[in-house]
Design a protein. Structure first.
Length: 119
């Protein structure tokens, strides 16, 4: 698989993750607790794909490294907010299980990409 093919597949994968995060947030009842959690998850979860796209368009090795670091950071933050939801009674827990599994895989993949820049 070429870098371009990987990038296209992973752009789609992170887009699907973002859309499913948004749908999950919509399934959560709105109250003072979930407002904060949903806002933070929405920001981090959609940022993963947006920053991966920026990584793909990076003009230099340093710029690409900077963007992939942001992707890993936002993915890790997404996992944190999802874990908090997993300890609550809010949201569809089957969807939450899928989101947690997916973000763990995204973190592994993007961490591996990151390590290729500075092993």
């Amino acid at each position: 698989m070429t870098n371009e093919e990987f990038n296209e597949i992973f752009r789609k994968r992170t887009m699907e993750f973002a859309i499913r995060v948004i749908k999950f947030i919509e399934s959560v009842p709105f109250n003072s607790a979930t407002r904060v959690l949903s806002f933070q998850l929405g920001k981090a979860g959609t940022s993963v794909g947006a920053n991966f796209r920026a990584f793909c368009r990076g003009r230099s090795k340093n710029e690409k490294f900077s963007k992939i670091c942001i992707v890993v950071e936002e993915a890790d933050e997404s996992e944190y907010w999802l874990e908090i939801f997993s300890f609550s009674d809010y949201g569809d827990h089957r969807e939450l299980t899928w989101l947690l599994k997916e973000i763990k895989e995204i973190i592994k993949i993007t961490s591996k990409v990151k390590s290729k820049f500075y092993p």
